[in-house]
Design a protein around this ligand. Structure first.
Ligand code: MG
Length: 157
């Protein structure tokens, strides 16, 4: 087995869509980034790449490359999963946590799991997404940004 960990943060700004786990969530602000800034998809991608020790998505999809401007991060995740498969590994399970003071994400969790599972080519039951606040503390608490943590387990393909 291989274990991987991913962590990502993006800043919340006005005039951007909020995309988490491939789901567009109605909110007054969105995450800033070169791609669609899907912080959850990025953390999951980094967990997968970490598990096979193949760097991170910043290295695989540089933010200086115009090809990835506004990129759909689920498509990037699909490419990461392809690399993981080529390395001889299959996704066992993924567990992720989104850290956001707002909006409330409870109603969107299943949709996010479905989108991430589809991108990874696994069952929804293999993908967990949780959400928490940090009780008003720090940069997530003040609404400056959203963070995401992810771990994954890979099994021989
Ligand atoms: Mg990112």
């Amino acid at each position: 087995m291989r274990i991987g960990h991913g962590y990502d943060v993006h800043r919340l700004v006005e005039n951007r869509k909020l995309i988490l786990g491939g789901v567009e969530i109605p909110f007054e602000k969105g995450l800033l980034g070169h791609s669609d800034a899907d912080v959850l998809a990025h953390a999951v991608s980094d967990a997968l790449l970490g598990a096979v020790a193949l760097g991170d998505i910043g290295g695989m999809f540089p933010d200086t490359d115009p090809r990835y401007r506004g990129a759909d991060s689920l498509c990037l995740l699909e490419q990461v999963v392809r690399v993981v498969r080529e390395a001889g590994w299959a996704v066992g399970n993924i567990d992720a946590t989104v850290v956001a003071q707002a909006p409330k994400l409870k109603g969107w969790i299943l949709s996010m799991r479905e989108k991430l599972a589809a991108a990874c080519g696994v069952e929804v039951s293999q993908v967990s997404v949780k959400a928490t606040t940090e009780e008003g503390l720090g940069f997530t608490g003040s609404g400056e940004g959203i963070a995401a943590h992810a771990v994954c387990l890979l099994l021989p393909a």
